[in-house]
Design a protein around this ligand. Sequence first.
Ligand SMILES: [Zn+2]
Ligand SMILES: [Zn+2]
Length: 324
Amino acid sequence: MAKIGFDVCWRTCVGTGNNHVLMMMRGTPSATGLLQVRFWGIRGSTAASGPRFVEFGGHTPCVEIRCGERLFVVDAGTGIAALGHALGKAAPKEIDILLSHLHLDHVGGLPFFKPVVLDKERVIRTYCGHLDGETAKEALDRLFSPPLFPVRLEQLPARLEHQGFKAGETLTFADGASVRTHPLNHPGGATGYRFDHAGRSICYISDIEHSDPWPDPALAAFVHGADLVIYDGMFSEAEYSHCVGWGHSTWEKGVELARAADVKNLAIFHLYPGHDDEYLRATEKELQAVMPSAFLAREGQSVAFAPVDAKTAAASEKSVAAAS
Ligand SMILES: [Zn+2]
Ligand SMILES: [Zn+2]
């Protein structure tokens, strides 16, 4: 099978009946109107590095979501530094970072995000949904202060603003954008996000440990009909008995969720840092044997969905609302 880390590859997903086209590419997609994701960090717990970790990459979670031109950053793991370099001068004046939670692998890159470091005109907002409405400010201030870290976030040039909410609420933004959220089963809690744009939808479901019974009906309703679910598949079912209670799931449980919720494509994410390219390629073969439209997320990989026509978009949003 061709590697997914290719230059440009088109996959038409059968059975959707509505011009459903999934593009995967390297490089920055530029078409407006698309709903796009780009993976900047895909590892869970800690970064991985070395010649055995080249194909899938080593940075901890950071994902760029584009609803048309509108940027959302999900999580601020070490991958966010590379995103900052790539954005360069094109970075928006205001940047929204939606945090799944505050474990180190999801926030450790924040002070190395160039737009935070370089530009005093810039406003960076963090959103945090698992602290019962509290913001991330206190935890981040504690983390990024001496002797743990040499500078405080408030000493960096950009203006940081922190917003708290309760996972399950819908976030609405000044420009009219909105993002749905959902609480996830993880030690200390975590927040899942759903991005809907032009009749397409991408869900970010990490970090999560599956429950019994599975799939959880509320989560299945939340991701129902999504074009892509990014799912914490850190382990396999064979490994899971050693990792119960760690707050992570398996790729097999991701497939079960996708099937139950009529999800069209599945990206396995939060990859275990000890799993090298050879292991992950073999895992992906097993995954695609049971769900051909599923794949393991790779650093630098982009996935884009073309908008559907307004009529189809309205129908699809209606059916998602009914399922929620
Ligand atoms: Zn994590
Ligand atoms: Zn975590």
